[in-house]
Write a protein that binds this ligand. Structure first.
Ligand code: DQQ
Length: 587
């Protein structure tokens, strides 16, 4: 059966694994402590991203803060420590762009200077008030280390880049009261306006052990009153950080302004669960008369809630892009490296490639896809069509494997050989991916990509699918495996998880499973089933320094798979720190 039937792929992997144990002498390790300046600059070059957003240096817990489109310019603020690459002394940093790919950094936007934010300017959101007037609500850690909510307004509205932000002295606008713990009261959402003309925002909290999105209301965006009931709360988890609340149309892929509500929309409530540091969301209805969100699935086990991303991904936030009528998702990708390595690198934290999001045609989940602008970085296409992927490895030559965009359609002419699915494993996707990893032969799968692979495969990360049969339907498992058999890095001290998710798709009908993978030095973003499930991983291969990075298709199942489409591109470097004068503004 499966475990006894190891394929030649395993042989290949074991062979090279043994070789690498012999040949990787300690002098090739790049993370020995303490590190010299010279080594840390090499490390930082290898792992720094070429087209994922990051500032030149220091810590970002890139909780995307206040993303917005205003008068021809996209703004991204983020949590930033100006003095170090570990968390602390949090300011709002600010970058602007006209295409969401190339960015110009500006001076820090919000500094902890006032009694109401002297201990840190934490996460918040932007709202565009009538008359194209942007405002920011953010959490301040006040002088007593209590969380309070403050407003910041542009210092000069005629500056197209909104470089100056002022914090009126009438702050704070909301303080913890009536059973709210001052440590658990933060991260205001973008505001939305109800039919009564009043503004609303939600805030993350934990009340009596329940994760909560508190609701506040205001007529003028300055005087706020807490609503009697929260927007939503659940006993399935503790503290909700960084809530996000927005409408999506039932039909089509367009985005909507946050205030839109009608019978033609569904609402999304996203919460970042502080434990286990993952973003979950619910689809449901916003009942405006009662001012509550009614989820379709209020399961009391949060593992049954939906997720944007089943890998490394946190503190996300969306905004409505009025220029292209779409809703865009940003999210923070933390390092999986050790803190001392972050210090040695001199930087930590990046953003995902912004994703357009919309409701799936079956209405059961959101779909995500990298914004079209990222395709402007594609260079040197390599493609294959109608290629039969039999058991084994197939190297794709001619692609810059450390900086690539890959799209593959795996077509399955027959599902007859799919292994039976054990229904007790339905909540167990990551564990299943780790037990039935890329080396365990199945009827259909595992098949997929090996990315960021070193010359002899001593290091590589496997992204793969496996198909099971459950009664008369096919169940598709998607995995990203960074450990043992798929050694994403030889460095033992790293966090090397296995991620997994079942795709919500009708394989009997579609007959193909698509995968899009964005590779950028230390990040791999995967979009399975045309964006119905995403898995993002941070990886730090060690052998980069001496070899180039390779890309493979592999199949370790006993059925062949047709590659009906394979396209890959090397990706050009984005200008992440362009000069402001080089941004072209189109209104
Ligand atoms: N990060 C911020 C908080 C937020 C957390 C502090 C989530 O406002 O709850 O840097 O990453």
């Amino acid at each position: 059966m499966a475990s006894s039937c190891r394929s030649c792929l395993v042989w290949v992997l074991c062979f090279f694994l043994c070789r690498c144990l012999v040949f990787v002498e300690p002098s090739r390790r790049v993370f020995l402590y303490p590190q010299s300046q010279e080594i840390s600059s090499i490390v930082s070059k290898q792992y720094r991203t070429a087209y994922h957003f990051q500032p030149p240096k220091n810590w970002i817990n890139a909780d995307p803060n206040g993303p917005m489109y205003h008068n021809g310019v996209y703004h991204l603020f983020y949590q930033y420590n100006p003095n170090s690459s570990v968390w602390g002394n949090i300011h709002w940093a600010h970058s602007v762009s006209t295409d969401l790919i190339n960015w110009a950094p500006l001076d820090l936007a919000i500094h902890p200077t006032k009694p109401f934010d002297i201990n840190g300017c934490w996460t918040g959101s932007a709202t565009i008030l009538p008359g194209h007037q942007p405002v920011i609500l953010y959490t301040g850690m006040n002088r007593d280390n209590q969380q309070v909510q403050n407003i910041a307004v542009p210092g000069n509205l005629s500056d197209p880049f909104l470089r100056e932000w002022t914090k009126p002295d009438y702050n704070p606008l909301m303080t913890p009261s009536d059973g709210i713990h001052p440590d658990m009261f933060r991260d205001p959402t973008t505001g939305w306006r109800g039919a009564d003309g009043h503004w609303r925002v939600a805030l993350g909290a934990e009340i009596s052990g329940n994760g909560t999105a508190l609701l506040y209301k205001s007529e003028d965006f300055v005087r706020w009153q807490r609503a009697d009931s929260p927007l939503h709360s659940s006993s399935a988890s503790g503290m909700w950080e960084c809530p996000d609340f927005f409408p999506v149309p039932i039909e089509g892929r367009e985005g909507l302004d946050t205030s839109v509500n009608s019978k033609d929309v569904r609402h999304v409530l996203k919460m970042s669960l502080m434990e286990p540091q993952s973003d979950y969301y619910m689809l449901g209805t916003y009942d405006e008369t009662r001012d509550i969100f009614v989820p379709d699935n209020a399961a009391d086990d949060y593992r049954m809630w939906l997720r944007y991303d089943y890998g490394k991904f946190y503190a996300s936030k969306t905004f409505f892009d009025a220029k292209k009528k779409r809703r865009i998702l940003w999210g923070w990708l933390n390092e999986s490296d050790t803190e001392s390595d972050d210090i040695a690198k001199g930087w930590a934290g990046i953003q995902i490639i912004p994703r357009k999001i919309w409701l799936d045609s079956r209405g059961r989940q959101l779909v995500q896809w990298p914004i079209e602008e990222v395709e402007s970085l594609r260079r040197n296409e390599v493609h294959l069509h109608g290629f039969e992927l039999t058991t084994g490895l197939h190297e794709i030559k001619g692609v810059k494997g450390s900086q690539a965009d890959v799209e593959v359609d795996f077509e399955l002419p027959s599902l007859d050989r799919a292994d039976p699915f054990d229904p007790t494993r339905a909540m167990d996707a990551p564990k299943l991916c780790s037990q039935e990893d890329a080396s365990v032969r199945g009827g259909i799968g595992p098949f997929g990509l090996l990315v960021l692979a070193s010359e002899n495969l001593e290091e590589h990360t496997a992204i793969f699918f496996r198909v099971y049969r459950e009664q008369n339907t096919a169940k598709v498992l998607m995995c990203s495996d960074q450990r043992r058999q798929s050694r994403s890095s030889l460095r033992p001290e790293l966090d090397k998880p296995v991620y997994g998710v079942f795709l919500d798709m009708d394989l009997e009908k579609e007959r193909k499973i698509s995968l899009r993978t964005l590779i950028d030095h230390s990040v791999i973003e995967n979009f399975g089933g045309k964006g119905r499930a995403c898995i993002t991983a941070r990886v730090y291969p060690e052998l980069f320094l001496n070899t180039s990075s390779h890309l493979y298709l592999f199949n370790n199942g006993s059925s062949s798979v047709m590659i009906s489409r394979f396209q890959s591109w090397g990706m050009a470097k984005a200008h992440l720190n362009i000069k402001l004068k080089d941004l072209v503004i189109e209104n």
